[in-house]
Design a protein around this ligand. Structure first.
Ligand SMILES: [Zn+2]
Ligand SMILES: [Zn+2]
Length: 493
């Protein structure tokens, strides 16, 4: 029997939750490793920025990589991991993740993320922009990000941004396109630029040969050549085309898509004495660096016993009203002093997850006198806003009274007992603190919560509410401590 509140699990004891990522390694037959966020960032620095000479540019990359990961977490969730170790996600090297220099850059910026208007920023980066970055609209048309507009990059130009040339027989190019199942004339005779972006990158090419000319996106063209002929062929879309009969030559500048942080320019900025904050401000202008919530435009709404911080006060005013009423009801029920509670309602699930380290199926997170809440519209949509608030407030009440070392199952069980809405009948089983505290396996957590509740309910039946509540401050008697979860003290009632 599933209770809706299973979505609303939360633990007051998880004061410092840590974000971890599962990364699938392409070496070692696809082994999946689980790493802390900072270990992952250090490994991405090893994979993507090993040639950096500056330390501040490494730190800037650490924040870009961390934010990119936070935004895209779970990209491979259906395969059982978060990220692959290739450029599809971010190039990651496990061995390099232990390199002191990369670990230091990750640690120096630990937890720092880029935000824009309360949302995690989209932070793509490119090897070399060739002196002019690209606007996001030409590479990711769906992304709205004013901080990713095209701009001149004097740093990259000063660093001697690379130029490149590559020539190949047209026949070879046609074969590469066919190998990627792209439509191309069999007898390719010329390739010309059909459409160019303001930053002088080619958007679409026209392939001319037998039959009607074919239009092809320049990025599909580059990826097809890369797959078939290697990645040292076309380095970017910023090139001129020189048709020479059966041979075609491309003369270009830059490397990569050109959007966001330019690695050549960022490293040059560091060598010229700029800080990582200045580097990020240059490449993502308007985005804000913050550990968690500082990038949000919070509005404070205060009641008598509850203060709500919201990015959408019109919508979240109801949270204040309900929490205020619940707080008073609970104080009356428990005959305890009413705590002054702060509630932070996050604007989206990603922001909540990054602030708390909780997975998306956890509705809220309480610590001391603060409750972090998923978007209220989301909880309201599942009709669990009130019960989530009640559950978290109860945690605050229980944790304030709890004796040191009181087992997690007892505290959680008391919360569940008090929150019980005469729903499912208890079924005794093991309630291990490890099961309650873990966040990897939702069904394991659900079973542990149900078991904790059953165990406390059995104690209530046997000893009475007053006695059991007294244990909260005094600690559990030995007979309870020593009873196992699967054989709770006999219920004589
Ligand atoms: Zn991937
Ligand atoms: Zn550049």
């Amino acid at each position: 029997m599933k209770r809706l509140s299973l979505f609303a699990l939360a633990l007051a004891s998880l004061c410092s939750a840590h974000v971890t990522y599962k990364v699938r390694l392409s070496t070692g037959s696809g082994k999946v490793v689980e790493l802390s966020s900072e270990q992952y960032v250090a490994g991405v620095l090893a994979g993507e920025s090993s040639t950096f000479r500056g330390e501040e540019s490494l730190k800037a990359m650490a924040i870009a990589a961390r934010t990119y990961a936070a935004r895209l977490r779970g990209r491979h969730a259906s395969d059982g991991y978060d990220f692959c170790d290739a450029t599809h996600c971010q190039r990651f090297e496990l061995e390099g993740s232990a390199t002191t220099r990369f670990m230091r850059a990750a640690a120096a910026t630990a937890g720092e993320l880029l935000w824009f208007k309360g949302q995690l920023a989209f932070t793509p980066y490119t090897r070399d922009c060739g002196g002019q970055t690209e606007s996001v609209q030409y590479v990711w048309p769906d992304v709205q990000a004013p901080y990713l507009s095209s701009q001149a990059d004097p740093f990259c130009a000063r660093a001697g941004s690379r130029t490149w040339s590559w020539c190949a027989p047209l026949q070879q190019i046609a074969a590469a396109l066919h190998a990627s199942n792209l439509n191309a004339p069999n007898h390719l005779s010329r390739i010309v630029a059909a459409e160019t972006t303001p930053s002088r990158r080619i958007l679409r090419l026209q392939l001319i040969g037998d039959g009607a000319p074919v239009l092809l996106s320049a990025s599909s063209f580059r990826f097809a050549l890369g797959r078939a002929l290697g990645w040292n062929t076309l380095r970017s879309e910023r090139y001129a085309i020189d048709n020479r009969g059966g041979l075609i030559c491309f003369h270009g500048t830059g490397e990569g898509h050109g959007v966001g942080l330019c690695q050549t320019g960022a490293d040059e900025m560091a060598l010229e004495g700029h800080t990582y904050r200045e580097i990020l401000a240059f490449y993502y202008p308007g985005a804000v660096i913050a550990q968690t919530a500082e990038g949000f435009a919070w509005t404070r709404m205060s009641g008598e016993t509850v203060t709500v911080f919201s990015t959408n006060p019109d919508r979240d005013h109801d949270v204040l009203r309900r929490a205020e009423a619940l707080n008073k009801t609970l104080a009356a029920r428990l005959h305890w002093q009413t705590p002054q509670v702060t509630i932070r309602v996050y604007p989206d699930v990603a922001a909540f997850r990054n602030a708390t380290g909780e997975p998306g199926w956890v509705a809220a997170h309480a610590s001391r006198l603060t409750i972090d809440l998923q978007p209220s519209t989301l909880l309201e949509g599942r009709a669990i806003l009130t019960q989530t608030l009640r559950h978290e407030l109860l945690h605050i009440y229980i944790e304030r009274q709890a004796a040191p070392g009181l087992p997690l199952w007892f505290r959680e069980g008391l919360v569940e007992y008090l929150a019980a809405d005469e729903s499912s009948p208890p079924h005794p089983s093991t309630a291990l603190d490890a099961d309650l505290a873990q966040r990897r396996d939702r069904s394991r957590a659900e079973a542990a919560y149900a078991a904790a509740r059953a165990r406390v309910l059995a104690l209530m039946n046997r000893y009475g509410e007053a006695t059991v509540f007294a244990w909260l401050a005094r600690g559990l008697p030995d007979e309870v401590k020593n009873s196992t979860a699967s054989s709770p003290p006999a219920n004589n009632k």
